[in-house]
Structures are given as C-alpha cells and as structure tokens.
Design a protein around this ligand. Structure first.
Ligand code: COA
Length: 294
C-alpha cells in the first residue's frame, strides 16, 4: 500500500523532524527506557530521516527513522509510540512510510525488532532472519586479559587502519556504512580497537556512550578468539553499566560474558522485508552496533 492510501487518525499529522525536535524525541526514547542520547538522534537527522507524528497541540507522539546504507538495503528504527497512543495503527502507518521511502531508493528495508515491534512488522511482510540477545552488566568482574594467547595484538584504531576496517565491515555487515563507523569511533574512543595478526587487521570493535550505559559494538572478527580478545581488552578500560547485542549463534562468547557478570536483558530479531535471509555474515559478526543502527 502506498503512503497516499493510508489514513492517520483524526487530529494526528506527520512531518519530518529536525534539530529543534531533539528534546521531544529524547523524551519519547526515554519514556521507552531506551539508551539513546541526543547524539544518536542527531545521527539519524544527519545521515537519514526521522518522521514524527504530532497532535494538533504540536506534541510529538510517535517517531520512526530511516538510515540508508551504501549496499542494497536501508535500516528502519526508532519506532516509538507514546504509551497513551498505542494500538491505533500509528506504528503501522510510520513503518509503511519508512518502507516506501527506502523502496523508492531501491533499498530493501531491514530492522532489528523488539518483541512488541516484531508483532507490527510481521504483519507488514517482514520475515525473521536471526535472533540475538542484549546482554547487560551493571559491573564487570575482573578477568585475565585475552589476546596474546590468540596470537592477536589488540591496539587503538589508527587512521591508516580505516580502509581495512571498512572493507571488513562491508563484507560482514553487507553494506558500506563508513560514515556511521567514523562517528562511532569518536563517541567512545576507548572502545575503538583493532585486532592485528601477522600485520593484518583481523577484527575491530567500536562502541558508544548512552543515556544509561555504554554500548559495545559493532564487533566483527575472523573468529571467536579474536572477538573475545577485543572484548576482553575493552572490558578492562570501559566503565559499566555496559550493553552488548550478541547474535545467539555465538553462545560460547555469551557464556563467557555471563561469567563476567552479564545478564540477558531482552531478545531482538533481525528482520528483512520480503526475503528470508539477511545481508550480513553472522559467523563473523559478534556484536551489532545496536538495534537502531544494525
Ligand atoms: C511497538 C510499538 C511501536 C507499537 O506501536 P503501535 O502504534 O501501538 O502499533 P500499531 O497500533 O500500529 O499496531 C499494529 C499491529 O501490530 C500488532 N501489535 C502492536 N503492538 C502489539 C502488542 N503490544 N502486542 C501484540 N500485537 C501488537 C497488532 O497486530 C496491531 O494491529 P491491531 O491493533 O489492529 O491488532 C509500541 O508498542 C512502542 O512504542 N513500544 C515501545 C518501543 C518499541 O518496542 N518499539 C519497537 C522497536 S523495534
């Protein structure tokens, strides 16, 4: 169905959001208990689009964002409806609008769904691709640092690493998102790490600060031992509370994190519109950047 065929409830209007809407947008993500900061919302304003629904009073009651990537797909996220306005079709309307936006750019819509969001997206033609869990630690127990025994050197990202990082991420994530990665590197510099083996970049980690906790990811690596070494290095320097969104298939890494004090907070599902397989390579994707970023 095209956007023009859809009707919003009376008294509700849609418009593109801008910098002046940041405080209202933050209030919505905070109401849902989410971790985004104003810098996260700004990412969507600068690299993508945010559509908002308002009441005639001007109050912002719902949002959704699109983030086009350089490959054949684009992200939909920040789907939020204030509690008092739910089950009136607002999320469904916003999703259709975002889907039309991406499809017009010849991009397949992809997203990471909370259990409540998944109920909306299933009815719109999105399919489940793979599952992940958010692991959160209020405090991280100390452990011996991994790395040397895996034959990998872990060190801060240097400017000359970026072409290898972007090549690895494009291969693993499935699209060039270099502008986003560069921004994340500035958000939590202590998490911006590469793993090097025999002079080659074999993995990288980025992270970002959040409203309630720091988040680690994306984490791409050639194998689980390199991924563990990158995480181990970061966990020694970055303060808790901390969140990591880990694909379910990497259960051994999940078990190791649980020994350090991480607990599963909630499940998330990667969903793609109109096809049953995702664009990424989860064998080498050990943590996503976050459900809102992919
Ligand atoms: C998930 C959320 C965005 C849904 O917004 P909404 O405007 O209430 O959703 P809609 O009214 O458009 O729902 C469309 C359909 O999705 C399904 N659905 C929506 N919410 C549901 C729920 N909580 N449980 C079961 N089904 C649900 C229903 O089939 C619904 O159609 P119906 O009301 O005719 O039965 C809203 O609950 C929310 O903001 N939750 C907190 C943040 C969040 O999890 N966002 C999703 C991120 S991926």
């Amino acid at each position: 169905m095209a956007v023009s065929d859809q009707v919003l409830p009376s008294g509700v209007a849609a418009r593109e959001l801008s910098e002046s809407d940041l405080a209202a947008a933050m209030a919505l993500s905070q109401e849902a208990g989410w971790n985004q900061t104003a810098a996260d919302w700004r990412l969507f304003l600068e690299l993508g689009h945010v559509v908002g629904l308002t009441r005639s009073s001007g109050a912002l009651i719902a949002t959704a964002a699109t983030l086009p990537h350089g490959g054949g797909f684009g992200w939909i996220s920040m789907v939020l409806v204030t509690a008092s306005e739910r089950r009136r079709g607002l999320a469904r309307w916003l999703l259709r609008r975002c889907m039309d936006d991406l499809i017009a750019k010849k991009l397949v819509p992809v997203l990471d769904a909370t259990p409540a969001g998944r109920m909306v997206y299933l009815g719109l033609g999105f399919n489940d691709c793979w599952a992940m869990r958010r692991a959160v630690a209020q405090q991280v127990r100390s452990s011996s640092q991994r790395g040397a025994q895996e034959g990998a050197t872990i060190r801060p990202i240097a400017e000359e690493d970026w072409s290898a990082i972007i090549a690895l991420d494009t291969d693993v994530f499935g699209a060039d998102r270099s502008r986003l990665l560069r921004r994340l590197a500035a958000r939590l510099p202590a998490a911006a790490l590469v793993a090097e083996r025999h002079g080659r970049v074999v993995g990288f980690l980025l992270g970002r600060d959040g409203r309630t906790m720091n988040q680690l990811g994306p984490l791409a690596a050639g194998d689980e031992s390199v991924a563990g070494a990158l995480l181990s290095h970061a966990l020694h320097t970055i303060s808790a509370p901390l969140a990591i969104d880990l694909p379910d298939r990497h259960s051994r890494l999940g078990e190791w994190l649980s020994t350090l004090g991480f607990k599963i907070e909630r499940p998330l599902t990667r969903m793609v519109y109109g096809r049953s397989h995702a664009f990424d390579d989860t064998a080498r994707l050990f943590a996503i950047a976050g459900p809102e970023l992919g």
